[in-house]
Ligand binder design. Structure first.
Ligand code: 13P
Length: 249
């Protein structure tokens, strides 16, 4: 499977800063065709960046959506609006689950909206440090998958990102062995629900990924790429992460 590297900029970079980042990565990344690269900037940068990616191998994603298509939902953005601007959407990031109380039901509705619009959802799952210490990590992951994908018949486009909460923004990534072990558990859960489709689902690791540890993650059999937060904000560091990911080709 072609490695997939997704940058999640979170609430960082103005439109001008986003454009400046792009100008610095376009040439180096245009030489790397064996990795799929996706940037998820804030909503405000999507329109300008969409013009900049024309003719390049870089794709764009959003960090969130609302599940309704249109109407009186002040401050929300729908998938039909995003469709003109990007092809991926992050759904269920742990920051949204915890800071904004997003439930599995809401995440399920968002996934349905993204899939119905023909966009590619990146479903984020991951356990807290308490769940890991108590030995409940597998159960938490299993429930997030079952509830998140409830009554979703087709997962042709789905991407899953395993992001243990304890590894996000801490500088302490999971070991590649733990990430691989959890990816196998995730793939077998998907297999239980969808059969052989499970072999085609990219499973990414996220949580303190950087240019030094990326190679270790993507060299594992069941890890197909990474969802990168802070290390994706610096052009040099991001180019180096994408470059190091060429290992699996
Ligand atoms: P960091 O790479 O900053 O740990 O963030 C990971 C993440 O949350 C990506 O979605």
């Amino acid at each position: 499977m072609k490695p997939l590297i997704i940058a999640n900029w979170k609430m960082n970079k103005s439109v001008n800063e986003s454009l400046s980042f792009f100008n610095q990565i376009i040439d180096p990344l245009s030489k790397i065709n064996s990795v799929t690269t996706v940037i998820c900037p804030p909503f405000t940068s999507l329109s300008e960046l969409n013009k900049s990616i024309a003719g390049t191998n870089i794709k764009l994603g959003a960090q969130n959506i609302y599940f309704e298509n249109n109407g009186a939902y002040t401050g929300e953005i729908s998938t039909s609006m995003l469709k003109e601007l990007c092809s991926y959407v992050i759904v269920g990031h742990s920051e949204r689950r915890t800071l904004f109380n997003e439930s599995d039901l809401e995440i399920n509705m968002k996934l349905k909206a993204v899939i119905n619009e023909g966009l590619t959802p990146i479903l984020c799952i991951g356990e807290s440090i308490e769940s890991r210490t108590n030995g409940n990590a597998n159960q938490v992951i299993g429930e997030q998958i079952t509830k998140g994908l409830e009554k979703i018949a087709s997962i042709n486009n789905l991407v899953i990102a395993y992001e243990p909460i304890w590894a996000i923004g801490t500088g302490k990534s999971a070991s590649s062995e733990i990430a691989q072990e959890m990816s196998v558990i995730i793939r077998s859960k998907i297999h239980e629900l969808y059969g052989v489709m499970s072999e085609k689902i990219p499973i990414l690791y996220g949580g303190s990924v950087n240019s030094e540890n990326i190679k270790d993650f993507v060299s594992k059999d069941d890890i197909n790429g990474a969802l990168v937060g802070s290390a994706s904000l610096d052009p040099k560091s991001f180019i180096s992460i994408v470059s190091e990911s060429q290992i699996q080709t």
